[in-house]
Design a protein around this ligand. Structure first.
Ligand code: ADP
Ligand code: MG
Length: 276
């Protein structure tokens, strides 16, 4: 099975801070991988490097066999990368244009990535909006007239419009109410079954991780401390840090740091890093 995403020895420094420190993983076609770890462990930085918003200090990234370790300026190459990997952030308010309805937002992506005429695009807009469960009103109003869950559906439809091989979900359901969250998770599971898309799921919620991924890496202070099959790692964690994550109750802004500082010194990770 070919890998749709490969990350090798990825590193990102911000001045003296090593935000991501030698991270490697691969996602096979149709497979999904989760990154879990406390706030500040480097998860979003990895996502930003993969989609080209940050340049790695060192290491290699490739998607669908194409290297993307260095940023590209040329519009054509950027488009090609966009067709390989898309992302949905935690708060779609910041990624959706406040002036654009769902229909306009989805159509924009179709225009960029596919050479289709207006009629074909209209048809596909309707399909995608239907797929994520937006009704007629919700399709035609600006984001401010939608609920958080509805906005997240727009962001998902918009990302899917590019027909990416990999969709990165960075805490994409974390801000939603529990019942809405369950609906969006079911939607994501259905989309995966229907399309064979791969997810790179960033989440602090281990129930979400269990539902959507086969593999997991556990990050702490930029490094991977544990990895393996999701069920195995979550049911029988080998690292004390993973056990703490499992015992912690997930909630927004969750920081198990205080409990981590109570771990035996050998389990706290290599370098002493100030508590954030
Ligand atoms: P996570 O997503 O796991 O919460 P992040 O990847 O956002 O963690 O951040 C990892 C570390 O890198 C944090 O210490 C954060 O403060 C730092 N960081 C992230 N982005 C920047 C930036 N643009 N400049 C400086 N430091 C950053
Ligand atoms: Mg983050």
């Amino acid at each position: 099975m070919p890998d749709v995403l490969e990350v090798e020895n990825l590193r990102k420094e911000y001045g003296d801070l090593v935000a991501v420190d030698g991270v490697s993983f691969a996602i096979g076609e149709g497979q999904s991988l989760a990154i879990v770890g406390e706030s500040g462990s480097g998860k979003t930085t990895i996502a930003r490097m993969i989609i080209g918003l940050e340049r790695p200090t060192s290491g290699r990234i490739s998607a669908c066999g194409n290297d993307r370790s260095a940023p590209v300026r040329a519009a054509g190459k950027r488009r090609k990368r966009g067709r390989e990997v898309q992302i949905v952030f935690q708060d779609p308010y910041t990624s959706l244009d406040p002036r654009h309805s769902a229909e306009t937002a989805i159509d924009e992506v179709l225009r960029i990535h596919h050479g289709w005429d207006a009629a074909r695009r209209r048809e596909r807009v309707a399909e995608l909006a239907g797929l994520v469960g937006l009704d007629t009103r919700q399709r035609s109003v600006p984001p401010k007239s939608l609920s958080g869950g509805q906005r997240q559906r727009v962001a998902i439809a918009r990302a899917l419009a590019a027909e990416p091989k990999v969709l990165i979900l960075d805490e994409s359901v974390a801000a939603l109410d529990v019942s809405i969250q369950a609906q969006v998770l079911n939607l994501l599971a259905d989309i995966r079954d229907a399309t064979g898309i791969s997810y790179l799921l960033i989440s602090h919620d281990l129930a979400v991780v269990r539902q959507l991924t086969e593999q997991v890496i556990v990050m702490r202070k930029g490094s991977v401390v544990e990895r393996g099959a999701t069920g195995t790692v979550l049911d029988d964690p080998q690292h004390a840090y993973t056990r703490l994550l499992r015992e912690s109750v997930p909630r927004p802004g969750w920081q198990p740091q205080r409990r981590i500082s109570a771990l035996p010194v050998g389990d706290r990770g290599a370098a002493p890093v100030p508590v954030r």
